[in-house]
Design a protein around this ligand. Structure first.
Ligand code: SF4
Length: 212
């Protein structure tokens, strides 16, 4: 415990967008930016669950010595002397590419459209397989259900273009406690429409007639 504790308590100094900041050595770049009120866009990130770098929108440019590269800030660990830029031309190009892919992945999502427009992306060159889809398959709902609620009522079902967040066998799952956490964290509102399928008729199951 003491070894770990000492490590966790160590501070490293880095620079984000020209601003010198300090971070605990087990923090990521995104955590450090948030701690210092520096905005980095995210969709699949929530501080309550493990980051998984799923949406890639939080890319930033990291410079160290003579090299620089694009990294996923929610997974990238801080390091002494690191220089981070959150919105260079390179970074914004990558984000525009990601947003184009997301426009094809979940074309019915108002949130994604608004975000894409903010980056000047109004259309996509990628193929749209599911025109009514709102879900970007970031898995935040799955992680919250498992890691925070401790239930695992939902998971990724099917593969490829049919991949979706669902209950086992696509039938209402009695394990769901209808807490609504998945709906709350969903960045696009996609889980709202899916919750009825997931939880089934709660009044029949509990005799309470509503979700709480
Ligand atoms: S409402 Fe059901 S599926 Fe959603 S987080 Fe709660 S238990 Fe999991």
């Amino acid at each position: 415990m003491s070894d770990n504790k000492e490590k966790t308590d160590g501070l490293v100094s880095l620079v984000i967008d020209g601003q010198p900041v300090q971070a605990k050595e087990d923090w990521t770049v995104l955590e450090t930016a948030r701690h210092n009120h520096i905005h980095i866009p995210t969709l699949c990130y929530h501080e309550a669950v493990q980051a998984n770098g799923g949406c890639r929108l939080c890319v930033v440019e990291a410079k160290e010595g003579n090299w620089s590269k694009i990294v996923v800030s929610c997974l990238y660990p801080v390091k002494e002397g690191l220089q981070i830029s959150t919105s260079t031309a390179k970074v914004n190009n990558v984000r525009r590419w990601i947003l184009e892919m997301l426009l094809a992945e979940c074309p019915a999502s108002k949130e994604i459209r608004t975000l894409a427009e903010a980056y000047g992306v109004n259309s996509t060159r990628f193929k749209i397989d599911r025109p009514t889809e709102q879900c970007l398959l970031c898995g935040l709902c799955v992680r919250v259900c498992e890691e925070v609620v401790g239930v695992r009522a939902i998971s990724f079902g099917s593969r490829g273009v049919n991949k979706q967040v669902a209950t086992p066998y696509m039938v209402p799952n009695n394990a769901c406690v209808a807490c609504g956490s998945c709906v709350t964290v969903c960045p696009t509102g996609a889980m709202q429409a899916r919750l009825n399928m997931v939880r089934g008729n709660v009044s029949e199951r509990t005799g309470h007639g509503h979700a709480h």
